[in-house]
Ligand binder design. Sequence first.
Ligand SMILES: NC(=O)c1ccc[n+]([C@@H]2O[C@H](COP(=O)([O-])OP(=O)(O)OC[C@H]3O[C@@H](n4cnc5c(N)ncnc54)[C@H](OP(=O)(O)O)[C@@H]3O)[C@@H](O)[C@H]2O)c1
Length: 251
Amino acid sequence: MKKDKKELKKYALITGGSRGIGSAICIQLAKDTDYQILINYKGNIDAANRTLEQVIAAGGKGELLQFDVADENDVKTTLDTWHDSHKDAIVEVVVNNAGITKDGLFMWMKNEDWTNVINTSLHGFFNVTNHLIQKLLVHRYGRIINMVSVSGLKGTPGQTNYSAAKGAVIGATKALAQEVAKRNITVNAVAPGFIKTDMTSELDEKELKKLIPANRFGEAEEVAHVVSFLASKKASYITGEVININGGIYS
Ligand SMILES: NC(=O)c1ccc[n+]([C@@H]2O[C@H](COP(=O)([O-])OP(=O)(O)OC[C@H]3O[C@@H](n4cnc5c(N)ncnc54)[C@H](OP(=O)(O)O)[C@@H]3O)[C@@H](O)[C@H]2O)c1
């Protein structure tokens, strides 16, 4: 028997939801929407639990979902097991946020630093989204939001691997958006500049902010507001876009 859409419990999955931008997205979606929040993390269960506490404090519901986005089998097994125990659930919002950097000049770049960065951002996007897209197509509604970077648009020296990974995800965003638009599934990318998180904690903000017209690094919450808008019904006619959020360093 065909299930009525209204019976389904609706979830938003945020990869890399334990820390930084991903954590802020989990909390913002808990504040702004009725989605139950699936907080993915790779290894930092304490940080993931702190995000969950804040989701609950914001009036939301959530649960932790540990897997490595770069590991196809881990993604498949974990999501299949989760779906088996949540038969009445649909992951309606997918935020592909997990990402890493392994910076260095290209001439000295090790194969593993190239591969790990590509595997996390680009293959992570594939592993998670490819696994969930069939259900979204049947459901005829969904939101896919990919966290990219100014580096994927303009290229950043010392980040050839990261720029390649993010640039590739931008291409995938634009292609997939056109494939699934008829089913009311939007696919967009958000491209932050410098945002204050663990990823940028070693950078010299005092020096770098001279390059930023807004004269400061951004806050994770500022990125989360953009994601929350893209995840909402208000953003129904935006698809295949890259939204920059960078204080004016690139436009
Ligand atoms: N911060 C910036 O200035 C900036 C700028 C542009 C774009 N971005 C992008 O924004 C996203 C979030 O960055 P952030 O600054 O918030 O990073 P962060 O503070 O370093 O946090 C990274 C998050 O990703 C998770 N993660 C890493 N590898 C993973 C994997 N293989 N599987 C599952 N989860 C994984 C981490 O989980 P654990 O806690 O378990 O390690 C953590 O939750 C990334 O895609 C990044 O490239 C950041």
